[in-house]
Design a binder for this molecule. Structure first.
Ligand code: CMC
Length: 438
């Protein structure tokens, strides 16, 4: 296990007794007093591995990027409360904080913005890739393919051990992901691709890439810009989740940054992870179309014979209200109020939350709304199509993935990710000749 800043394993020892023999295991304590038993030498010393399906209780690394306390509903990036960051920073500033570990000075932030602005276009040959995708391709599939393909265009910056090459790849990725994402939408509706406009902010530029058409002027709505900025910030990192762990795992083989991020996008796509925002809105729509019978769906989610789950509910780590959901719900209320909009899905969501939070099934299992529960309602209000919701999550999560990939490569403790297993298959048996097989 690594000994990153703020970690100590000097004083405490855990003892494990197996087959009458006692083994001492170092205890690692984090800066917020989280405790872990370091089992890296256990197999060597005792002949045992640990077994933990789904990594329910396994720390894969030490990390100084994001702290979350699932019981208290606390989330901090680099020590700063998510609520403070959401109120005072923009997404690019948050990205800098996550990746470089400190809040930027005005000059540092200007330089960072400037560099990202200069890389927003994608290679013209890359634009032609989009002609090869079916019109109805899911944009997450396009996103991961095109991000992976960046490694074919930028072969000059693939070495994970060359700091200069890593820097340029980071800036290219942050700059190009919104362009790549917006083109997948334009492709799906048959509209021409817009070029990025570098005098616009990150979020303004993305909205323009998505919604502008050559025949009309387009001015992004400042309320949409602010809402998008907030949503990207609250999605920016969440420590060792499925996609981030994927990015670290792929990166641990020394695969380049583009390949690692492309793998992370695939992991995010699943409906138990980032795909939950799309699945959640589809579920809310289904409930609304079904006469808003919220109780029926709560009952279905409780029924172990049904595969149905309340999407946007529950979390591996949060056993109280997800702080990101609190921020998003407030923003949702504000945006709909400002636009004088009523969205029946927002009403269904609020009702569903109310009923579920009083139900003993959800109370006992500590299942609360998560980040994906209300985000889709805001995206809908902004006119974003439902298939793009998880893409928006990916744009938001990008700086977190990058920060973890960089941290992993900077740690002396990093080894290729390679879990072990307990084999439960057949013992050695003689090969059956074809004529005797049944
Ligand atoms: N609806 C109904 N029951 C649920 C739900 C749900 N959404 N979530 C968990 N449970 C039940 C589950 O059936 C189990 O019950 P029992 O103890 O009787 O077997 C218990 O709660 C514990 O669930 P689990 O599946 O063992 O918990 P987990 O930590 O493996 O899964 C989760 C976490 C997020 C995958 C799960 O809560 C879920 O499937 N939620 C719906 C999908 C979702 O909203 N995902 C987004 C997560 S937040 C953003 C992100 O990470 O991308």
């Amino acid at each position: 296990m690594s000994s990153a800043t703020g970690c100590s394993n000097q004083t405490q020892i855990a003892k494990l007794t197996v087959e009458g023999k006692e083994f001492e295991l170092p205890v690692v304590v984090g800066t917020e007093n989280e405790r872990a038993i370091d089992i890296t030498q256990l197999r060597k010393n005792a002949g045992y591995i640990t077994l933990d399906d789904g990594y329910m209780n396994t720390g894969s690394t030490t990390s100084a990027i994001t702290y979350l306390d699932g019981e208290e509903g606390t989330l901090r990036y680099r020590g700063y409360a998510i609520e403070d960051i959401a109120e005072h920073c923009d997404f690019v500033e948050t990205s800098y904080l996550l990746i470089y570990g400190k809040l930027p000075t005005a000059n540092e932030l200007n330089d960072f913005r400037e560099s990202i602005r200069r890389h927003t276009m994608i290679h013209e040959d890359m634009r032609s890739f989009y002609n090869g995708f079916p019109r109805d391709a899911h944009p997450m599939a396009i996103l991961s393919s095109v991000v992976g393909a960046l490694s074919t265009f930028y072969q000059d910056s693939l070495d994970p051990h060359d700091a200069r090459q890593v820097q340029i790849s980071i800036h290219r990725l942050l700059a190009k992901l919104p362009t790549i994402a917006a083109y997948s939408y334009k492709k799906s509706i048959g509209q021409p691709f817009n070029y990025p406009k570098n005098d616009l902010s990150y979020c303004e530029n993305f909205l323009r890439l998505m919604f502008a058409v050559p025949t009309e002027e387009y001015d992004p709505d400042p309320d949409f810009v602010n809402a998008l900025n907030l949503l990207l910030i609250v999605h920016a990192d969440h420590e060792q989740n499925c996609s981030t762990s994927t990015v670290r795992m792929v990166g641990s083989s020394n695969a380049n940054l583009f390949a690692s991020i492309s793998a992370g996008i695939c992991a995010l796509w699943g409906p138990l992870h980032g795909g939950a925002n799309e699945a959640c809105v589809n579920m809310l729509k289904q409930i609304a179309d079904d006469g808003c019978n919220v109780q029926k769906y709560v009952d279905m989610a409780k029924d172990k014979k049904s595969n149905f789950r309340l999407m946007g509910f529950g979390h591996r780590v949060y056993k109280s209200y997800d702080p990101r959901a609190t921020i998003i719900k407030k923003a949702c209320d504000k945006l709909l109020g400002r636009l004088h909009l009523t969205d029946p899905l927002f009403d269904v969501a609020k009702k569903l939350e109310e009923v579920a939070l009083k139900d003993p099934y959800f109370v006992e299992r500590k299942l609360y709304p998560n980040v994906d529960f209300y985000s889709g309602v805001i995206y809908r209000a902004m006119g974003l199509p439902v298939q793009m919701f998880t893409v928006l999550f990916a744009i938001g999560r990008l700086p977190g993935w990058i920060a973890h990939w960089v941290e992993m490569h900077q740690s002396a403790a990093t080894k290729i990710g390679r879990p072990r297993q307990v084999y439960t298959g057949a013992n050695l048996r003689p090969l059956i000749p074809m004529k005797d097989r049944t």
